[in-house]
Unconditional design. Sequence first.
Length: 205
Amino acid sequence: MISGAEPAVDATVVRYGLRRFLWSLLFVPVTLVSGGLGVVEAVYGRDSDGLFAIWGPVLFLLMALLFAVPVVSAWRTRRWVAAFDATGFWWIRGKEIALIRWDSLAGVGVYWTHQISTVELCPRDEIDRDDPLLWQFVRDTEPLRPGLPRLRYRIRLPHAHRPYEQALRRWAPELWFGVVPQPPSYAGRPDRAGHRERTARRGEG
């Protein structure tokens, strides 16, 4: 995380969180209908017989809650931004900013399956796997080619990868290795347990 810096005025800006939130709005109708049915069943279904009279409202309300979770989660991230300029890749989360400089990377590209796409930022050297903003993107996986470290930044995209591909090709053409298909389970997860343990040892969390 850095302070006192921001992307250049001509940077390519992708509204990461806003796009994610707009996609999540697809869940709103289901949430409203399920919640409405649950309330109606709870109020007017008491005279019915059978298990549905008891569990029907509960099931509808649980369904509404289930579909509401991604909407609320996306709303909280609506101001997250990814930006690209001549200096590097910027990750902006409200007032918090992190920068990954192009000159610290050995390759950039996009991995994809039919379900997901990720931006891949492959460093030249070891990286801080516990950076306050970037740790969630760090993955320990087989390197793209010999000579690269296992740790890399893998940013999962909530929508089409085309805007990111265009930005990477524009600002880091010498690092661009293309769009690479991957098996369905490639994305992995952040090392949350390891992050908590390491930051606790250093007295950071």
